[in-house]
Design a binder for this molecule. Sequence first.
Ligand code: CA
Length: 244
Amino acid sequence: MLELTAAWATDVGRVRVSNEDASYVGRRVWAVADGMGGHAAGEVASRLAIEALRALDDAPEPLDRQAIVNAVAAANAAIVRHGHLHRRTAGMGTTVCGIGRLDAAPEAPLCVFHVGDSRVYRFAGGVLEPYTTDHSEVAELVAAGLISPEEASTHPLRNIVTRCLGLAGGAAPDSRLVEAVAGDRWVLCSDGLNGELSSEAITGLLAAAPTPQEAVDALVAAALVAGGRDNVTVVVMDVADGTG
Ligand code: CA
């Protein structure tokens, strides 16, 4: 039986006055959400997204991919509804990314999902590999070959997401199934991490941190040193062979 151990850390950063990120480290669901919207509405949006995902952990049913997709849809509906009831928060939105551990399959595959530009990476064998493709203007420009990934990191449109929760009509997540392999380390983050740190810097910090808690603490601290221009939130989850 594989054992999954996770930790999280967050910081408001050195520029923003409020932290609109939210995260969740649960029993079979791990997630990060990055809210947006004025007057603290982003905080409401990211919290509603996390609450909908947290409900998956409390549900008695076995977890499957469709349940995750449904939870993201429920989060979207809750944010839209809240915006209708509280005009101050109308137009708020949030990204979300996460991993669910599915109960249905004996090999316990993981379901990686996301909406927006919050990211999931796999760190295995010393190599950091993105498992999500940002729903963003610059990611589309990179995919079309119009700009390089390096140019994307400083592009004026880099903060514009093309998909997020909070839009009437829904915002379906991308999702993929992945084997859970002992020794793998998974990283979930808001763009306050990858906006400040290069992949090489993230890789080095992950390689040097023995535990998920040490990893998230080191990553958030480094993002602050690099500028901390945005809220930064990281969840790290390690897969290990269980002893019991
Ligand atoms: Ca952000």
